[in-house]
Write a protein that binds this ligand. Structure first.
Ligand SMILES: Nc1nc2c(ncn2[C@@H]2O[C@H](COP(=O)(O)OP(=O)(O)OP(=O)(O)O)[C@@H](O)[C@H]2O)c(=O)[nH]1
Ligand SMILES: [Mg+2]
Ligand SMILES: [Zn+2]
Length: 301
C-alpha cells in the first residue's frame, strides 16, 4: 500500500511520517541515497510517499519537491552540504533575547537573508523583555519594523506577547530558530502548555551531548498547524547565496541600488554609492549595513 504523508520527526535515519492512516516510522529507500548527496534528502516538513507492506519495514519511496526550506551550510567538516532545518514552512520566527544572551543581530540578519532568499515569511521575536524593559527592547529591535519585519515582544515571566504569538502560530507550519538560550523552548511551552514533556525530553537529550542534528521534530498544534523547535545554532553560514544576490535580500537596500553611480556597484567603497550614503545619513541602519558588508565580503559567523 502506498501512502502520502508529512515527515514530522527525524532521528538517526528514521522518519516519523504522518499519514491519513496514522503515523509510521519509515526509513529511506536505498536508491534515494544513491550518489553523493549534497544535502539532506528528507527533512521534517517534507511531503513523502511511503510503502507499507505487511511484515516489511515502512519505506520512503519518494520525496516531493520542496517549495521552500530553511537551510544553512552544514557546520560539520563534511564538505559542502546543505542542511535542511525544515522544509516547506509557512513562516519562520527568529527568536532573540533582549539580554542573557546578548542579541547577536548579525546572526539575525543572516536568518533574514535566508528567509528572503527562500521566500519564507519572517517574524522576529524579542524574548526576555522583562530583563531590560520594553523601551530598551524597542531600541534594540524597533528598526526592523521599519523595514517590514514584524517584531513581537515577549516575556514568559509576565506572559507579555504570548497570546499574540499563539495566534500567529495557529493553523500554520512554523519554525522557531535562534541562538541557544534565547528562549525558543520556553516559548513553545508558554504558547502550547500541553507540549511540556516532549520539549523537556529533547533538551535533556541535548544536555547529554547528543548530536544537535540527531533529532528534529515538528509538534502538532491543538488548533491546527505545526511548530518546529530547533536546537540553538552557534553558526549560520549561508547556503547557495551569491554575494551579488544580497542586494535583493535586504529590503531597505534593494530600492536604492539603481541610484548608485556604477551599475556593478558592490556598495563597499565605490564613489557615488547610494547605499553608503543612506547608511551614513541614517536612512539605513548602520548595523544592517554592517551585516550586509560582512556577508558581501564573505566573512563567516
Ligand atoms: N527572564 C526570562 N528568562 C527567560 C525567558 N524565556 C526563557 N528564559 C530563560 O532562558 C533560559 C533558556 O531558555 P530555553 O527556552 O531553554 O532556550 P532555547 O532557545 O530553547 O535554548 P536551546 O534549546 O539551547 O537552543 C532558561 O533558563 C529560561 O528559563 C523570559 O521571557 N524571561
Ligand atoms: Mg531549546
Ligand atoms: Zn552602491
Amino acid at each position: 500500500m502506498q501512502l502520502s504523508g508529512l515527515v514530522t520527526r527525524s532521528q538517526s535515519g528514521f522518519y516519523a511520517v504522518e499519514t491519513p492512516q496514522g503515523e509510521y516510522l519509515a526509513r529511506l529507500r536505498g536508491r534515494l541515497k544513491r550518489g553523493r548527496p549534497t544535502g539532506d534528502i528528507v527533512a521534517i516538513g517534507d511531503r513523502v510517499e511511503i510503502s507499507v507492506e505487511d511484515g516489511a519495514e515502512p519505506m520512503i519511496e519518494s520525496v516531493a519537491p520542496r517549495q521552500r526550506a530553511l537551510v544553512r551550510r552544514d557546520p560539520r567538516p563534511i564538505g559542502d552540504y546543505e542542511q535542511v532545518l525544515i522544509a516547506n514552512p509557512d513562516q519562520a520566527l527568529f527568536i532573540f533575547a533582549c539580554a542573557d544572551p546578548a542579541p547577536r543581530l548579525r546572526m539575525l540578519d543572516r536568518f533574514l537573508v535566508i528567509a528572503e532568499a527562500q521566500d519564507i515569511a519572517a517574524h522576529i521575536v524579542a524574548t526576555k523583555v522583562d530583563l531590560v524593559g520594553i523601551e530598551q527592547a524597542k531600541a534594540i529591535f524597533g528598526h526592523y519594523t521599519e523595514i517590514g519585519y514584524p517584531v513581537h515582544y515577549t516575556s514568559i515571566s509576565d506572559g507579555a506577547g504570548i497570546e499574540e504569538l499563539r495566534s500567529l502560530l495557529q493553523g500554520k507550519v512554523s519554525v522557531l530558530a535562534g541562538p541557544s538560550g534565547a528562549g525558543k523552548t520556553s516559548l513553545m511551552n508558554a504558547t502550547q502548555p500541553g507540549l511540556d514533556l516532549r520539549v523537556g525530553d529533547v533538551q535533556q537529550g541535548n544536555r547529554k551531548g547528543r548530536h544537535t542534528t540527531a533529532e528534529r521534530l515538528m509538534h502538532k498544534l491543538a488548533g491546527g498547524g505545526y511548530v518546529a523547535d530547533t536546537p540553538g545554532l552557534k553558526a549560520l553560514a549561508l547556503w547557495d547565496i551569491q554575494p551579488e544576490e544580497l542586494d535583493g535580500y535586504f529590503p531597505e537596500i534593494k530600492p536604492l541600488i539603481h541610484q548608485c553611480r556604477y551599475r556593478a556597484c558592490r556598495h563597499i567603497e565605490e564613489p557615488g554609492c547610494a547605499v553608503i550614503e543612506a547608511a551614513q545619513t541614517g536612512k539605513i541602519h548602520m548595523d544592517r549595513y554592517e551585516s550586509y558588508l560582512a556577508l558581501r565580503q564573505g566573512s563567516k559567523e
